[in-house]
Design a protein around this ligand. Structure first.
Ligand code: ADP
Length: 637
C-alpha cells in the first residue's frame, strides 16, 4: 500500500511533450475550446459509466444522476470541472494522460504552420482533448477514482506544463473525475461566471447530461439570513446551464444549424464546419434515429487503415460504442455521426453487429442517405462539392469496386479532368451531355499523373477529331475504373487498350494514310524482327497523328499502375506483352522500312519501342542501352 501511495514522477511520451509545450507557450488564440473539450471528456466518461452499469447496476446506485459541474474559485484563480462518470485508476491516469494514443499525432505536429489562428484550427481538428486545458492553465491537477474501485484507490495526477507529471494515490469519496485548472495570468477572464456560462451554451448545449454551475446567491431576505438561521454554511445550489437532451432525440424543427455544427465538433473532433448533414428518424419495422455528417475536410489519418472510423452507436439513448464501423461501407469511412437504434440488444458486441440483419438494413439506408446528401451538394453547391471532391474523391472512388448496387450513383459523383476541362473537373453526366451525336463511348486515359495524361500520344487522334477524353492520374484509378464498364448506357473505353474503333467519329482515318504500302509493310516486318519477344504484335495505329509509335495493352491486361502496386507489395506480376502500334505517316517509321544498315535499323527499332514505353509512363528495362543507341543515332545523323 505505502508503495502505491508514494508519489511517482514520470515523463511524457515524446509527442505529448511537444504538444504540451505548444499549448503552454505558443497558442493564444481560440483558447475557448478547452472547456468544450473537457466537458466532452466528462460526457464520454458518463456514457462509459452508464454502459458499465448495464452489467453492474451497483456502479450507479449511490449517485444515479450523471452530471458535470463547473466550479470557480476566483481567489485562487482555479476552475474545476468535475464529473461523476467512470473515473480512472492510477494506471489509467498514467496511460491516458501521459500519452497521446491517437494515430497521426506525428503528422499533426508536422503540419503546424506557426500561424496562431491556423494552428488553433488544426488543434481543434485533431481533437487533442485533455491537453487543451494547458491553453488556459499552467498547472493542472486531475483527481479521479474509478467507479468500481474503493475510496482509498483514488489517484491524483499533476503537471505544471513541463516534461514530467506526478501521480500519487489519494483517497477520494466520490467516483469520477475532477480536472483542476490553475489559470495562467493572462487567462483569468475564464474565472468569470457569465463567460463560462456563455461558452457552455455555445459549445456544449447538446451534451446529453446536465452541465451545472453554481446558482447566483438569492437576494438577501428582509427577515434575516436564511443560511445563518440554519446554523452553518449553506450548501451551494447548482443549476443546469445546457439543454441536456441528446441532440438527435430532439425534433429537427427545434434544432438550429449552430447546434448541429457544435454537435458535429463533439462527435468528429473536427473544429471546422461540416459540409452537410442529415438527421432522420425512421419508424416502422425497424426503428432508429441517425444523425450523420459529411466533413468538408479530410482528417490526417484518412488513409491510415487502422484509424478509427464509423458512427457512435446508442441503443435507446444509452451509449454503446464509438467507431461502430458496421453501419457504413468502407468507402464512406469519412462520415461521422450517431445512430441510435431501438431494436438491438443492449449487450450487443462488435461481432454480433456483424451478424445482425438489422445492421445491414441500416447500413444500406445510411449509404443511400449519404449519396443523397452528396448529390444534393453536387447539384446545388458545385464549388463546395469540388472542394469536397479534392479531399475525399479518391476514397469515394473505392466505392466503384466495393458497392456494386450503387455503382451508377457513385459514378455520377466523380469529378474528373478532361482534355477540355482546363484546370476544372467535370462529371460523367456533363461528359455525356457534350458528346457529339456520332460518339458512342466515354473515352478515358489513365497515366501516372494528370499532367502525364494530358501530353500522352494516345490523345492525338482524339485531339484531331475533337473528341473529349477524361484524364485520370491517381494511383487508385486503374483499379477503380476497371469496375466501371458503363455510365448512362454508354460504355467506357480506356484509349490505351485494345484496338481503337472510333466508329463513324473516326472514319476518315484510312484515307489519309500517306506512306507507301510496301514501305509500311517492310517497316512492320523489320520492327517485328528487331523487337522479337518484347511485343505481342506490331501493327498500324489509328491513334497516332504525330508520335511515331505507342504501346497498347490488351483489353483486360493489368495496366502499369496495377503492376506497380502488385510488385511493390511483393506479389508476382503476370506477364502481359504489349502491342506496338506505329504511325505509318511518321518519317521515323518510313526510315525503319528503308534503312539498309541492319545495326542502325536495330537501333531505330529499339529506340522507337523505348520511347513508346517512356511516353506511357513506364520504366525502361535497360535505360543505359537506350541512351547508347540514341547517342549512336544522333551522331550518325
Ligand atoms: P480523447 O478524449 O480524444 O481520447 P483526451 O486527451 O481528451 O483524448 O483524453 C485521453 C483519455 O483520458 C480519454 O480517452 C479517457 O480515457 C481519459 N479521460 C480524459 N478525461 C476523462 C474523464 N473526465 N473521465 C475519465 N477518463 C477521462
Amino acid at each position: 500500500m505505502t508503495e502505491a501511495v508514494q508519489a511517482q514522477t514520470l515523463g511524457f511520451q515524446t509527442e505529448a511533450k511537444r504538444l504540451l509545450h505548444l499549448m503552454i507557450h505558443s497558442m493564444y488564440s481560440n483558447r475557448d475550446i478547452f472547456l468544450r473539450e473537457l466537458i466532452s471528456n466528462a460526457s464520454d466518461a458518463a456514457d462509459k459509466l452508464r454502459f458499465a452499469a448495464l452489467e453492474n447496476g451497483a456502479l450507479l446506485a449511490d449517485d444515479p444522476e450523471l452530471r458535470v459541474r463547473i466550479e470557480v474559485d476566483p481567489e485562487a484563480h482555479v476552475v474545476t470541472i468535475t464529473d461523476n462518470g467512470i473515473g480512472m485508476s492510477r494506471e489509467e491516469a498514467v496511460a491516458n494522460l501521459g500519452t497521446i494514443a491517437r494515430s497521426g499525432t506525428e503528422e499533426f505536429l508536422g503540419s503546424l504552420s506557426g500561424d496562431q489562428q491556423q494552428d488553433a484550427q488544426l488543434i481543434g481538428q485533431f481533437g487533442i482533448g485533455f491537453y487543451s486545458g494547458f491553453l488556459v492553465a499552467d498547472r493542472i491537477l486531475v483527481e479521479s477514482r474509478r467507479a468500481d474501485l474503493a475510496a482509498e484507490q483514488g489517484v491524483r495526477w499533476s503537471c505544471d506544463g513541463e516534461a514530467e507529471f506526478i501521480v500519487e494515490t489519494i483517497e477520494r469519496a466520490a467516483r469520477g473525475t475532477s480536472v483542476i485548472l490553475h489559470l495562467k495570468e493572462d487567462a483569468r477572464d475564464y474565472e468569470n461566471d457569465w463567460r463560462l456560462r456563455a461558452l457552455v451554451k455555445k459549445y456544449s448545449d447538446h451534451i446529453a447530461i446536465p452541465v451545472e454551475m453554481r446558482a447566483p446567491p438569492p437576494p438577501p431576505q428582509a427577515d434575516g439570513d436564511a443560511a445563518e438561521d440554519a446554523g452553518g454554511e449553506a450548501q451551494p445550489v447548482y443549476e443546469r446551464v445546457n439543454s441536456a437532451a441528446a441532440l438527435w432525440t430532439r425534433p429537427k424543427s427545434d434544432i438550429g444549424d449552430e447546434e448541429y455544427r457544435a454537435f458535429y465538433q463533439h462527435v468528429s473532433h473536427d473544429f471546422r464546419e461540416p459540409l452537410v448533414w442529415a438527421h432522420n428518424k425512421v419508424e416502422g419495422k425497424l426503428e432508429y434515429t441517425s444523425l450523420i455528417y459529411v466533413p468538408a475536410h479530410a482528417p490526417f489519418d484518412l488513409y491510415n487503415r487502422d484509424a478509427p472510423r464509423g458512427l457512435k452507436l446508442y441503443i435507446q439513448r444509452t451509449f454503446i460504442m464509438d467507431d461502430a464501423e458496421q453501419f457504413l461501407p468502407l468507402y464512406l469511412r469519412f462520415v461521422r455521426g450517431v445512430v441510435d437504434c431501438a431494436d438491438l440488444p443492449l449487450n450487443v458486441s462488435r461481432e454480433l453487429l456483424q451478424r445482425t440483419p438489422a445492421v445491414d438494413t441500416i447500413r444500406g439506408a445510411l449509404t443511400k442517405r449519404v449519396l443523397d446528401l452528396l448529390e444534393g451538394v453536387a447539384r446545388d453547391r458545385s464549388d463546395d462539392y469540388l472542394a469536397f471532391w479534392a479531399e475525399f474523391g479518391n476514397v469515394l472512388k473505392e466505392g466503384l469496386g466495393e458497392d456494386h448496387a450503387n455503382r451508377e450513383r457513385i459514378a455520377g459523383l466523380l469529378r474528373l479532368a478532361s482534355t477540355r476541362s482546363g484546370d476544372g473537373r467535370i462529371g460523367l453526366a456533363d461528359y455525356v451531355a457534350a458528346m457529339g451525336p456520332e460518339q458512342q463511348k466515354i473515352y478515358y486515359l489513365i497515366a501516372d499523373s494528370e499532367r502525364a495524361a494530358r501530353s500522352s500520344p494516345y490523345l492525338e487522334v482524339f485531339a484531331k477529331r475533337g473528341i473529349e477524353v477524361l484524364l485520370l492520374g491517381e494511383r487508385i484509378d486503374e483499379w477503380a475504373m476497371s469496375h466501371l464498364r458503363e455510365f448512362d448506357g454508354k460504355p467506357l473505353c480506356d484509349i490505351s487498350r485494345g484496338e481503337l474503333d472510333l466508329g463513324e467519329a473516326g472514319e476518315d482515318s484510312a484515307a489519309e494514310a500517306g506512306a507507301e504500302p510496301a514501305e509500311r509493310d517492310a517497316a512492320l516486318e523489320r520492327l517485328k524482327e528487331a523487337l522479337g519477344e518484347r511485343v505481342a504484335e506490331v501493327r498500324i495505329s489509328t491513334r497516332l497523328t504525330e508520335s511515331p509509335a505507342c504501346l497498347v495493352l490488351a483489353e483486360h491486361a493489368l495496366g502499369p499502375q496495377m503492376r506497380k502496386i502488385l510488385s511493390a507489395s511483393g506479389q508476382e506480376v503476370p506477364e502481359a506483352k504489349p502491342v506496338l502500334e506505329v504511325n505509318p505517316d511518321h518519317p521515323l517509321v518510313a526510315r525503319i522500312g528503308s534503312e539498309t544498315d541492319s545495326e542502325r535499323r536495330d537501333d531505330l527499332a529499339r529506340v522507337l519501342y523505348d520511347q513508346a514505353a517512356l511516353a506511357a509512363g513506364e520504366a525502361l528495362e535497360d535505360p543505359a542501352d537506350f541512351v547508347r543507341r540514341l547517342n549512336r543515332l544522333l551522331l550518325a545523323g
